[in-house]
Design a protein around this ligand. Structure first.
Ligand SMILES: [Zn+2]
Length: 172
């Protein structure tokens, strides 16, 4: 006999609660990247960083001593320091087979988000990441945080810490 609970679990595998769209373009006048995150059809009104999705969505954890914490900060300040925008902790993402979940820390400056927990469909989420990855590789000369994207990419490929993330991006 199939219990109600297992039916619910099965449905959750295939139908995500939330949708996400990542939009990247070039501000041609200033030669800079314009990056937008659209969640459930609504643009999140906050400075957003595409690099967080490239490097830290699938591999978010850093550790020191016995502590392990996420460094996935898609919402930050235009200078790159999230604390500057009043954000004190990173979002914890979890990539599962059918869903990608975001757990948003409480009282850490995320008042502009509607919910403390998001569940996106993995297929859609990765399609968006792959789109951004392709775009930045095609626009190496455009600047992000005052450096050409190409410089950022070169520095990532020199840093072993990022190899798993880069392999993941190439696999999409
Ligand atoms: Zn700042």
């Amino acid at each position: 006999m199939v219990s109600r609970k297992s039916i619910r679990r099965k449905n959750n595998y295939y139908r995500a609660d939330d949708s996400i769209e990542l939009n990247i373009s070039e501000d041609e006048e200033h030669n800079t990247v314009v990056f937008k995150i659209i969640i459930n059809g609504k643009e999140v009104k906050h400075y957003s960083d595409f690099m967080a999705f490239m490097l830290f969505s699938k591999y978010p954890f850093e550790s020191y001593m016995n502590c392990r914490w996420s460094v996935f900060e898609p919402f930050t300040c235009s200078c790159g320091a999230s604390g500057c925008a009043g954000i004190w902790r990173a979002i914890t993402p979890k990539h599962r087979r059918f869903t990608v979940e975001w757990r948003v820390p409480k009282e850490s400056g995320y008042g502009f988000l509607d919910k403390p927990f998001y569940q996106f469909g993995t297929w859609q989420y990765e399609e968006q990441i792959s789109k951004i990855w392709e775009w930045i590789n095609d626009h190496r000369e455009v600047e992000h945080e005052r450096r050409p994207i190409g410089d950022w990419l070169d520095s990532w490929f020199e840093d072993e810490e990022f190899f798993p993330a880069l392999e993941y991006l190439d696999s999409l």
